[in-house]
Design a protein around this ligand. Structure first.
Ligand SMILES: C=C(O[C@H]1C=CC=C(C(=O)O)[C@@H]1O)C(=O)O
Length: 396
């Protein structure tokens, strides 16, 4: 495999450059990486060793490559995009090395191609047309009942926190082109990571505000989110809510504990800040650290997933409750999504505010941190607000 990276002039809108409807993307504030074509693809076997397996597969692919990379920045040279399922026992975790990657970072842009240059025929982007919605695994009433049961389990002492999610099925007039969704998401949610892991029939598309980990050399950074109110509500209520503060503290603790074993230094803020998005606002904590050895971004992802922003506290009990109450397979929702390069650098988010696309169908997901004081109707309203991201991507 011959890999060539060359510096290029400013490519403008990265998403507008995607030629086909199986795109790869990771874009925030216009910067990031987009890719197309497939030089290599693998389905990662499910089970507890999946991240180590993925890492070994990538090492063998990247080691065998003949790499010409004068740019030498995170994301230059060969790159793999990936999505891992939330549940280690679910099938469908995927890594793909695109044939072509176009990237921009801090005013510098580059193009990486693998193998022979091919003429990429640009297919027109079509919007999905009219969208009809139907219930996913549970009706809204059944989901509220699941939340009420989880609240009882928390109050009986079985666990402290669990994140319960629901799905919603959208059916479009025609085959959904992820590029149409990416363009809308990147324009409306510039603060989020707009992502796509393309597949032959569709793939996973979304705009997540939650950075699981950015790895640049030995420096790592994570943005932990948990605790939500509608945008426009008084932030003082969110900061003053014991329920939301404890929900956030559980998520921060899970990240701190996972990173402490890998980092020589780790900086965890005492108090959260506010992240305001068009639909909701979150309590947010930016955690930074330095790795004590040469762990790759996937090694760090393996140690962190699932954080209590998407699982719960304690983790193992929360996973049991999620399996018992949600009545669905989350697939890639709430799993790690992102990219890794041959140096082990990369950026991985938690796949929130996303949908799994298959042909003319999209499965949308949203979840909420459930605590002892949660009100099922309030949690349903919060889940609906989170679903607005992908409803907007589909409907415009
Ligand atoms: C699980 C989701 O959000 C998480 C991230 C931020 C705030 C959350 C909350 O307040 O419940 C969730 O922990 C989702 O968007 O599906």
């Amino acid at each position: 495999m011959v890999v060539r990276t060359v510096p290029v002039g400013d490519p403008g809108d990265l998403i507008a450059r995607l030629p086909d409807n199986a795109p790869f993307a990771w874009v925030r504030h216009g910067d990031g990486l987009v890719g197309w074509g497939e030089a290599a693809r693998v389905t990662v076997p499910h089970g507890p060793g999946r991240f180590a397996w993925a890492r070994a597969w990538l090492t063998s692919i990247f080691r065998a490559a003949d790499i010409h990379d004068p740019v030498g920045l995170p994301g230059s040279g060969p790159v793999a995009f990936g999505s891992f399922t939330f549940d280690p026992d679910s099938a469908g975790s995927t890594l793909v090395v695109p044939k072509t990657v176009l990237a921009r970072r801090d005013g510098r842009a580059w193009l990486t191609t693998i193998g022979e240059d091919t003429l990429d025929l640009v297919t027109p982007v079509r919007t999905p047309g009219r969208i009809r919605y139907s219930d996913g695994a549970l009706t809204t009433m059944e989901w509220e009942h699941a939340v009420a049961t989880a609240v009882k389990e928390i109050n009986s002492g079985r666990l402290d926190k669990v994140v319960l999610a629901r799905d919603l099925i959208a059916t479009a007039d025609r085959r959904i082109d992820p590029r149409a969704l990416l363009a809308r998401l990147a324009a409306r949610y510039p603060e989020c990571y707009t992502f796509s892991i393309g597949g032959p029939a569709g793939g996973l598309v979304g705009a997540t505000p939650e950075l699981l980990v950015r790895h640049t050399g030995r420096a790592i950074e994570s943005l932990v989110l948990a605790g939500t109110s509608p945008s426009g509500a008084d932030p003082a209520e969110l900061f003053g809510s014991a329920k939301n503060r404890y929900e956030h503290a559980c998520a921060v603790a899970s990240v701190r504990d996972a990173l402490a074993t890998l980092c020589g230094t780790l900086d965890v803020p005492d108090d959260p800040e506010l992240l305001v998005l068009p639909n909701v606002q979150h309590l947010a904590s930016r955690v930074t650290g330095r790795l004590s050895d040469g762990a790759s971004v996937l090694d760090v992802v393996a140690a962190m997933h699932p954080t209590a922003a998407v699982g719960g506290t304690p983790t193992a009990t929360a996973l049991e409750v999620i399996r018992e109450r949600e009545d669905m397979d989350r697939g890639g929702y709430a799993g790690p999504v992102g990219w890794i390069d041959a140096r082990g650098d990369g950026e991985w988010g938690i796949a929130l505010r996303c949908a799994a696309i298959t042909g003319d169908r999209a499965r949308l997901f949203a979840g909420c941190g459930i605590m002892g004081g949660s009100d099922p109707a309030g949690e349903l309203a919060e889940a609906q607000a989170k679903l607005r991201v992908m409803r907007y991507a589909l409907e415009g």
